[in-house]
Design a protein. Structure first.
Length: 448
């Protein structure tokens, strides 16, 4: 099983050939999910005592399993937050897998960690973080938000003698991503959602003033959002940051989706105040053109995170004094070098290309909003924000939206799903793929 045989050489060539062909698809097939019963009927038992052989297992994947997965890099995949990895990053991900790097510590992965840290430095510079800033790449926004808030709580407990016996409290907006609430649940802390969809410094200040003395003693962090997932709203980070500094609170910014807008000069001003944050995340697998899974987690003072997250054990003593152990900055130990594909793409294309690509998606989103406004049966529900458009089809019910969305996917035309805004079922475009064109938008709108 671990020998490189003739059969394995043939399999190797077939896998590389398929990978190259998949990267070359422009566009890829949109595809659609199947039921477990359908997949069982098409594949039979895939794991057997003596194996199917590599070529047959590969055939099952390419012919049956892969087409049952929606291609998130399709230019008309506009639901949720799509993905649009560069060809360079996708191809380099093959090397990351083949290199068998355990990217937990400097001892095991000095070269990989050095490169990842250069990519993290670019992200930190976009946010205006200081020279000491640093962190690690984690799996996604949920892991990044949780890790940052764990570090925030550690700082609170370290500097407040009474904190040890208190259940912590975090403030966020009502439009914050669900992972903020999930993080507080995992940490067994409470969450106070205040304001409306956009959190302001005045909202935070008023919320603090309304707390009892006991609750104020429990408050240790404010989690704000740089581009809400549903609508694209950027919180008032300048005002929130000033309140946090005055109140000695940790400020965390969830920029999992919208933080990529920092790379675009046309919208950079919307993020003023982010440099006041203590921690910040952005998911390159969303709008910074890296493959899944990749979230950049950056701290102003990484030493606090290191104290909070470093795992202890006799078998780990040899790595405690490493130059930079990525395992120390989040709730993980073993990890793949998931930041390397982003580094390779940045090194290949340069940062100006990234700015241009983000600007391209913003332009298409703005043009989409114009066409929605011109459409006799459509209207925008909110102002167009970042690369998101939220709109309604006049007179439609939930059943109408679902019927249209399912038909579009079944016919391979687009993937646009309904969402809700203030209780109303509506449609939403999220455009993060530079290959998405105004013509693609027009084709989808014409079907409405």
């Amino acid at each position: 099983m671990h020998q490189f045989t003739k059969d394995m050489e043939v399999l190797q060539q077939a896998i590389v050939r398929y990978s190259v062909e998949r990267v070359r698809m422009d566009p890829p097939e949109l595809d659609a999910p199947l039921t477990p019963e359908q997949l069982t009927a098409m594949t039979g038992q895939t794991i057997t005592e003596h194996g199917l052989g590599g070529l047959e297992a590969l055939r099952l994947f390419t012919d049956v399993l892969a087409p049952a997965c929606i291609s998130s890099d399709h230019p008309k995949f506009l639901a949720f937050v799509p993905s649009a990895p560069t060809e360079a990053s996708t191809l380099f991900d093959l090397i990351v897998g083949a290199s068998s790097i355990c990217a937990s510590t400097w001892l095991e992965s000095a070269g990989a960690t050095f490169a990842e840290n250069q990519a993290l430095r670019w992200v930190a510079d976009l946010a205006g973080f200081g020279d000491k800033a640093g962190g690690a790449f984690v799996s996604g926004g949920t892991a990044g938000n949780l890790s940052a808030l764990v570090a925030a709580r550690h700082q609170w407990r370290r500097t407040h003698s009474e904190a040890g016996g208190l259940r912590g409290l975090v403030i966020s907006s009502k439009g914050a991503h669900a992972s903020i609430k999930q993080a507080t649940y995992v940490m067994d802390t409470e969450l106070l959602e205040v304001g409306q969809e956009r959190l302001t410094g005045d909202d935070v200040s008023a919320a603090i003033e309304g707390l009892s003395d006991n609750d104020r003693a429990r408050l240790f962090a404010v989690a704000c959002t740089a581009g809400t997932t549903n609508v694209g709203i950027v919180d008032d980070m300048q005002g929130i940051g000033e309140v946090c500094k005055a109140q000695n609170l940790w400020m965390h910014v969830d920029g999992a989706y919208g933080g990529a807008g920092l790379a675009a000069p046309s919208v950079r001003a919307q993020f003023e105040g982010i440099e006041l944050a203590d921690s910040f995340i952005v998911d390159p697998h969303k709008w910074l053109f890296a493959p899944f899974d990749c979230c950049a987690l950056v701290y102003q003072d990484p030493s606090i995170a290191r104290e909070a997250h470093q795992q202890q054990g006799a078998y780990l003593e040899v790595i405690y004094d490493g130059v930079w152990n990525a395992a120390d900055y989040a709730h993980h130990l073993s990890r793949r070098a998931r930041g390397l594909p982003l580094w390779f793409s940045l090194a290949t294309h340069g940062t100006h290309a990234y700015a241009d690509a983000v600007e391209q998606t913003l332009t298409v989103a703005q043009e989409a909003a114009k066409r929605i406004e011109q459409h006799p049966d459509l209207e925008l529900v909110t102002d167009q924000q970042l690369s998101i458009c939220v709109f309604r089809r006049k007179g439609w019910t939930l059943a109408d939206y679902n019927r249209w969305s399912e038909s579009q996917l079944e016919d391979g035309l687009s993937f646009v799903t309904p969402t809700k805004h203030k209780g109303e079922t509506v449609l939403r475009f999220c455009i993060v793929n530079p290959r998405t064109t105004v013509e693609h938008i027009e084709e989808i709108l014409a079907s409405l």
